[in-house]
Design a protein around this ligand. Structure first.
Ligand code: AHG
Ligand code: MN
Ligand code: MN
Ligand code: MN
Length: 334
């Protein structure tokens, strides 16, 4: 089991028997993600020195202005994942449609689809604040030997076989799960190796941090407003502390370590919420549950939602179990 100061490579080999499918394939898949993460990390680290800051000039399918680093990270992850013979399809926040990978032998016999948010927290790039990458992995459900279809990507989050994120922060970390808890690895940039720094990460059952963009308060549903008021009341361990970075990865990472709740509600402006079910909410929900936390759309478990479209958005409430349950209680009784 988890052993501090192990390298990520050693950890993958030591724990591969716990993975219910072919362990070598998953190892290669995680390996390609850690490699792409190193390349992106290198670029993020020198972002102020090279011409990689600012807008790329295009708008993505989400209606957002793409940043140069959004495009760069998207390209690096797609190229790295395509070059290994493991992935049969990729869906990305930055791509209109999913990408089909037939494999070098043209047999369509790769087994995994990867869904990703290549660069999370785009609005923080230009101001030297932490950004991240989020990934979600499923086995394909259509038969091998045929090209992947939309169905392979629209699986509920409870079918994920692995998920994780990279946080390009004060140090760079990869945090992931294959269904046996959550482990975090920190990159030693001098030697380019990730070490197990955070074995068996656990969401504290309770916390005192709430993370939400309160600038949208007037547009929130009544139940969310009531819960925020509850967080701010003076009673017991309240008022809670408000912390919001604006990069889901970083906000989640802090809350998992310290205890807290992250909320991105539906608003009167965005009736379905802002965050993407497939690239952001499902992988984070999987990690949250693996770490003993919860993730909800306000009424039901995120991982049980059956997606109907690739870029689907959902309201998102995620974090320490007792806090998410309390928020749900306010929403039910509003
Ligand atoms: P992305 O940069 O991948 O488009 O994601 C942005 C998301 C998420 O990272 C963050 O928590 C949230 O949007 C911030 O939104 P607001 O600026 O509306 O608070
Ligand atoms: Mn975006
Ligand atoms: Mn994002
Ligand atoms: Mn993004």
């Amino acid at each position: 089991m988890a052993n501090k100061n192990q390298t990520l490579g050693e950890f993958i080999i030591e724990n591969q028997t716990e993975f219910k499918y072919s362990s070598g394939e998953l190892s290669r898949l995680i390996n390609s993600i850690r490699l792409a993460a190193k390349v992106v990390n290198h670029e993020v680290n020198k972002a102020g020195l090279v011409d990689i800051l600012g807008a790329a000039g295009d708008t993505n399918i989400q209606g957002e202005d793409q940043q140069k680093l959004d495009v760069y990270a998207n390209d690096v992850f797609i190229k790295t994942l395509t070059n290994r013979e493991i992935v049969c399809g990729i869906a990305s926040e930055e791509e209109d449609d999913f990408i089909t990978i037939i494999g070098r032998n043209k047999k369509n016999d790769n087994k995994y689809v990867v869904l990703m948010d290549p660069l999370d927290g785009s609005s923080n790039i230009d101001v030297n604040v932490s950004v991240g990458t989020i990934f979600s992995i499923y086995r394909r459900i259509t038969p091998e030997g045929t090209p992947v279809t939309l169905e392979d990507f629209l699986q509920p989050g409870n079918k994920q076989v692995a998920a994780g994120y990279i946080v390009y922060g004060t140090s760079t970390m990869i945090v992931y799960s294959t269904g046996h808890g959550v482990n975090g690895f920190t990159l030693n940039p001098a030697i380019g190796t990730y070490y197990l720094s955070h074995p068996n990460m656990q969401f504290p059952l309770d916390g005192n941090i709430y993370s939400v963009n309160e600038g949208n308060y007037v547009h929130f549903p009544q139940g969310v407003k009531d819960y925020i008021k509850y967080c701010q009341q003076e009673e017991g361990d309240r008022p809670y502390t408000s912390r919001y970075i604006g990069s889901l990865v970083s906000d989640f990472h802090r809350n998992m370590i310290k205890g807290g709740i992250y909320m991105y509600p539906n608003t009167s402006k965005d009736p379905k919420g802002k965050l993407r079910l497939l690239y952001e909410c499902n992988p984070m929900a999987y990690l949250a549950e693996q770490a003993g936390g919860l993730a909800s759309d306000g009424h039901m478990r995120i991982l049980d939602i059956t997606p109907t479209e690739l870029h689907q958005r959902v309201p998102f409430y995620c974090g320490s179990k007792n806090m998410v349950e309390k928020a749900e209680h306010f929403m039910k009784n509003a």
